[in-house]
Ligand binder design. Structure first.
Ligand code: ATP
Length: 430
């Protein structure tokens, strides 16, 4: 089985990601996050929010509406420009992205090497929704990027907080694109989540390019700090013809995925495009001068980050002649931090003591209880979902109030006093 299939199967088997509407045959481009998936995804978002908002004095957060006045999309240029080139096969009428050479080439095989395509046309990725009680209902859109919610609130944030340029507004939320060809598991979906920072600076070429370089480095370092391997990450600058309509210049952070180097974060110099279009300006409280700030944006995909973190942390190894799958997730990201086991499932004293420890740790950390099968199987089952530590309560624990703590990556075990257990894990996580 190739790596991608292994990841897809692990995600379903252990409850990370399920096909959306699966019992009705699925729905292309939609995915549901299971009990472990929602934890991993939330942990990525928590780390990002801490990095963007809590650890900085110059950034505040917002959470804007998904559906906005449709004028926003007209003015921002997305109705015209959030498009992909589309071609239709004249033989079978299937539609594809014209810029995906592999898909186009592969499709020929379905017609014995023959191809006959329509002219390329621009296909809008904006998802329409219809609202109101009178017919015809009013047409609006599910947001195609979360960014516009930040710009339309620019004045509100400036007047309700003490931010001063340079400053940033951070947001995490869902975006929707009617992608022509969703695929590569959750990589290209029609519903996805973005984590974005819009950083407002003075309209100055030199200053803004310095800020652009600064955020580029910060973002790359953030992914490395989450444990992603440096050699699997790279920048890829956009060529002028590939840039989004709003971008002065742009670069992507790409991951070396099983299906090729693929973007999962875009860093864009948006200049004054958005605030200029919305006719929003900033009044400098120090000089009283008024200007349209420029914007440097970092736009990461939560779903793509999660997928690539899963791929990057996936290992198969052999422990004492036994094959195991292990997700070497950074402990802060792991769905469960600690698994607690009684050595035997049929010894009341062991279960009682283990339950107490489980309850104690659960007040501080996300823990899981397991008393099925033998200890070796329980370890392997936790390794596969990335639980960094397993605690086993055995007969010695009843005598000396210590437990065995087993480390996921090294598989080494050590005895730790129950009184110190909570601090022991907190220290490792800090
Ligand atoms: P692509 O070229 O892959 O379509 P994009 O350049 O249109 O992506 P941006 O508009 O820069 O993407 O969006 C920023 C981030 O949002 C992307 O780096 C990605 O992580 C995420 N994203 C965009 N489209 C999708 C999608 N269809 N499914 C999942 N994530 C997406």
């Amino acid at each position: 089985m190739d790596l991608m299939n292994k990841i897809v199967s692990l995600c379903k088997r252990r409850g990370f990601i399920f096909q959306g509407s699966e019992i009705y045959g699925g729905y292309a481009g939609f995915w549901d996050y299971g009990p472990l998936g929602v934890e991993l995804k939330n942990n990525i978002k928590k780390q990002w929010w801490k990095w963007a908002v809590y650890d900085r004095e110059d950034v505040v957060g917002i959470d804007s509406a998904i559906i906005m006045n449709p004028r926003v999309w007209e003015v921002s240029g997305h109705l015209k420009a959030l498009t992909d080139p589309l071609v239709e096969c004249k033989i079978c009428h299937k539609r594809f992205r014209a810029d995906n050479e592999d898909i186009i080439e592969n499709h020929k095989k379905e017609h014995g090497g023959k191809s006959d395509w329509t002219e390329k046309k621009n296909f809008s990725l904006m998802t329409e929704v219809f609202l109101g009680t009178t017919e015809p209902k009013e047409k609006s859109y599910l947001r195609g990027e979360i960014t516009q919610g930040v710009f339309v609130n620019f004045n509100n944030v400036v007047s309700s907080t003490r931010v001063k340029i340079p400053f940033g507004i951070a947001q995490i939320g869902k975006a929707f694109r009617n992608e022509i060809t969703p695929g590569n598991f959750s990589f290209r979906s029609r519903e996805f989540e973005q984590m974005e920072l819009e950083y407002f600076v003075r309209p100055d070429e030199k200053e803004s390019s310095k800020v652009f370089e600064y955020w580029k480095k910060e973002r790359m370092n953030w992914y490395i700090s989450l444990g992603m391997k440096k050699e699997n990450l790279r920048f890829s600058d956009h060529k002028p013809e590939d840039r989004a309509h709003y971008a002065k210049y742009a670069t992507d952070i790409q991951y070396n995925a099983p299906f090729g180097w693929s973007e999962f974060e875009g860093i864009h110099h948006r200049g004054d495009w958005d605030l200029g279009r919305h006719k929003l300006t900033y009044k400098d409280p120090d000089t009283d001068g008024e200007f349209t700030p420029w914007v440097i944006e970092t736009s990461g995909g939560v779903d793509r980050s999660m997928l690539f973190i899963l791929i990057d942390s996936y290992y198969e190894d052999n422990i004492n002649g036994k094959e195991r799958i292990v997700l070497k997730l950074k402990p802060q990201l792991a769905p469960y931090k600690v698994a607690v086991f009684p050595l035997l499932a049929n010894k009341k004293e062991l279960i009682e003591k283990a339950r107490k420890i489980y309850q104690l740790l659960s007040t501080k950390l996300n823990c899981v209880w397991d008393d099925r099968g033998n200890i070796g199987k329980r370890y392997f089952s936790q390794d596969e979902i990335g639980t960094p530590w397993c605690v086993t309560v055995d007969f010695d624990s009843l005598e000396d109030n210590t437990v065995t703590v087993r480390d996921r990556d090294t598989t080494k075990q050590e005895r730790v006093s129950v009184d110190k257990l909570s601090d022991y894990f907190q220290n490792k996580l800090s």
